[in-house]
Design a protein around this ligand. Structure first.
Ligand code: 5GP
Length: 366
């Protein structure tokens, strides 16, 4: 019989442990919009028309104040258009204008629609050419107060330095920056000078990041966790991506998002760029991710060899004027507030109790 003394066995254990591969696993359940519903609550509100969807925020680093309905059209070249901004700003909604307009385009827009400038941001990537163009736009359009710094992966040190650089150049502009999905990175970006952090990796309607890379974070949990970190520092967050119906927008606010950004829900309208396509008697418009083959061919002449396209191209049914969709989203949001007894959007997250569900709605006629 082989006998090994206990001290000898113990002395060997650390070696065995060290040889095992290290796997770090967060086994807590993380949720998406589809996993929850709001629990209705007794309310003294008589009608949804009483609900106030406007919010006023003062931003941590810029010290500037914003008042409006905190819904943002995504800075995709199909949805983040000047035409979209003209309609959305009438309702005090916000548009993150995409980064492919020229300085001249901006000058013309600012001259013909000065009333919109309160509700738009100029977007930029983190390259040198992006920064130069951003500086030129902000110089050409002094009333423009918002900057949206958008990279696919907000976790790089380079991006953190970039945020610091932009903050150094523009101390009084309100800076949105992202995307990230975890509290520690939200804090780092806020401490580096950003005011509003864009939260979302992989939830987008035309995003294939989760499929191509396996990276991501269920959006509802990302928003709950990131809002907590941001609010602890008096910063703000945008829930970016993953809203497929007005109920999802309400859930993002209920989870603690200060702003909600939408791409797919605003796609297919007159105010989106691109022509209406007719096929078999039906009308469509093209909608695509900003790192899809379509976008990369359009702007940089193709997908670089070292990277995979992380966006889809889809034909969405043509939906006419975006006014109707806005009404639908705002109507839904007001109704959510009445169901949980929130007289103002500001109160929604405090009045929110989510219940976990296994089904959202009946599929009988879907
Ligand atoms: P949606 O509202 O359509 O679900 O999501 C819009 C968001 O998707 C955008 O604001 C942006 O963060 C993200 N997005 C846009 N294009 C792409 C892309 O090509 N790849 C990835 N990974 N995300 C994208």
């Amino acid at each position: 019989m082989l006998s090994v003394s206990l001290p000898l066995l113990l002395s060997r254990l650390p070696t065995v442990k060290a040889a095992m591969p290290r796997l770090d696993m967060d086994a807590d359940l993380k949720l998406d919009f589809k996993d929850v519903l709001f629990r209705p609550k007794r309310s003294s509100l008589k009608s949804r028309s009483e609900v106030d969807l406007q919010r006023t925020f003062t931003f941590r680093n810029s010290k500037q104040t914003y008042t409006g309905i905190p819904i943002i059209a995504a800075n995709m070249d199909t949805t983040g258009t000047f035409e979209m901004a003209q309609v959305l700003s009438k309702h005090t909604l916000f548009t993150a204008i995409h980064k492919h307009y020229s300085v001249e385009d901006w000058k013309n827009f600012a001259a013909s629609h000065p009333e919109c400038l309160e509700h738009v941001a100029a977007s930029s990537g983190s390259g040198n050419a992006d920064l130069e163009k951003l500086c030129a736009i902000l110089e050409a359009v002094p009333p423009l107060k918002y900057i949206c710094l958008d990279v696919a992966n907000g976790y790089s040190e380079y991006f953190v330095e970039f945020v610091k650089t932009v903050r150094g150049k523009f101390p009084k502009h309100t800076i949105m920056a992202g995307n990230v999905v975890t509290g520690e990175m939200v804090e780092e970006l806020i401490l580096s000078g950003a005011d509003i952090i864009k939260v979302g990796i992989g939830p987008g309607s035309v995003c294939t990041t989760r499929i191509k890379t396996g990276v991501g974070y269920p959006q509802l949990s990302a928003v709950i966790e990131c809002a907590d970190s941001a609010h602890g520092l008096k910063g703000h967050i945008i829930s970016d991506g993953g809203c497929s119906c007005p109920g999802d927008v309400a859930k993002a606010f209920g989870a603690g998002a200060d702003f909600v950004m939408m791409g797919g829900m605003l796609a297919g309208h007159d105010q989106c760029s691109g022509e209406v396509i007719e096929k078999n008697g039906k009308k469509y418009k093209l909608f695509y991710g900003m790192s899809s083959d379509t976008a990369m061919k359009k702007y940089v002449g193709g997908v670089a060899e070292y990277r995979a396209s992380e966006g889809r191209t889809v034909e969405v049914p043509y939906r006419g004027d975006v006014e109707n969709t806005i009404r639908d989203v705002l109507g839904g949001l007001r109704s959510t507030c009445t169901y949980v007894g929130a007289a103002k959007l500001k109160e929604l997250s405090r009045r929110t109790t989510f219940i976990r569900v296994t089904q959202q709605s009946s599929h009988m006629f879907a």
